[in-house]
Design a protein around this ligand. Structure first.
Ligand SMILES: Nc1ncnc2c1ncn2[C@@H]1O[C@H](COP(=O)(O)OP(=O)(O)OP(=O)(O)O)[C@@H](O)[C@H]1O
Ligand SMILES: O=P(O)(O)OC[C@H]1O[C@H](OP(=O)(O)OP(=O)(O)O)[C@H](O)[C@@H]1O
Length: 213
């Protein structure tokens, strides 16, 4: 019998898109899992078990091997820098990471940059030879330039609605972001048939979705 795969699934905005993709790949993901508060969801027909995680924790579960594979945004992967394999670009939860500020922003010496992504932001400005003070926040990042905590922010932009409604401007686009399928290094060897089988089922679905735009 095929190995059972423990899958770290992000709760929240990625889950709906990931479960849709898995269903389109022919996996029997129960519909009632979408609105459930259960943290461990058995998906017996697909030989899977979903571990419902906070998105930022997915690479941690996978690195430690308590999940064999996981679904996670590239933003989180870059920030967390965990020792995991990145297997597939799933093409879902598409957005971008950008530098944002007031429209009339002018460069200052040693500016403050607020973000949920201190490692990515520090590296970005370091590579450009710009000295900045990075301030870590956990949400409502757009507040920072509005109330004078920071000169600029590094944050996600999807529809652009949040920056528009708050009178902010997107100064630089840093990366295009999509969600990725990641694997624990040992699981990838020990459960290779099951993991490869999943990738083989997902790939044509991803190609079709990407072709549609
Ligand atoms: N508009 C968006 N803002 C932020 N992230 C987005 C957006 N659209 C897609 N994403 C992707 O979704 C992932 C999860 O988003 P986020 O970190 O906001 O978690 P969430 O689903 O709101 O759950 P939680 O609030 O519990 O962390 C991000 O890491 C990113 O890859
Ligand atoms: O371009 P948009 O479509 O408006 O999406 C971008 C917004 O969505 C995210 O916030 P989220 O909803 O996760 O809230 P939080 O970061 O304040 O928790 C992100 O941090 C931006 O604020």
């Amino acid at each position: 019998m095929q190995d059972l795969l423990k899958v770290a699934m992000p709760k929240g905005r990625i889950y709906k898109q990931a479960s849709k993709l898995f269903r389109e790949a022919g996996l029997a993901i129960p519909e009632d899992a979408d609105d459930s508060r259960k943290l461990i969801i058995a998906v017996p027909e697909a030989r899977m078990e979903f571990i419902m995680a906070k998105p930022v924790d997915v690479p941690t579960y996978v690195e430690y091997g308590v999940a064999d594979i996981g679904v996670v945004g590239k933003d989180v992967l870059m920030e967390e820098n965990r020792d995991v394999y990145e297997l597939l670009d799933l093409g879902i939860a598409r957005c971008r990471m950008s530098v944002i500020g007031l429209p009339d922003w002018k460069p200052v010496l040693n500016p403050r940059v607020a973000t949920k992504y201190p490692n990515v932001a520090s590296q970005y400005f370091r590579e450009r030879g710009q000295q900045v003070e990075v301030i870590k926040l956990n949400g409502s990042i757009e507040l920072a330039p509005l109330i004078g905590l920071a000169d600029r922010i590094v944050d996600m932009v999807e529809t652009g609605g949040t920056i528009r409604e708050n009178g902010l401007a997107e100064h630089e686009q840093i990366f295009e972001i999509t969600s990725r399928l990641i694997a624990n290094r040992v699981s990838y060897r020990m459960k290779n048939a099951a993991i490869q089988g999943l990738c083989d089922r997902l790939q044509p679905v991803i190609a079709a979705v990407t072709a549609k735009g």
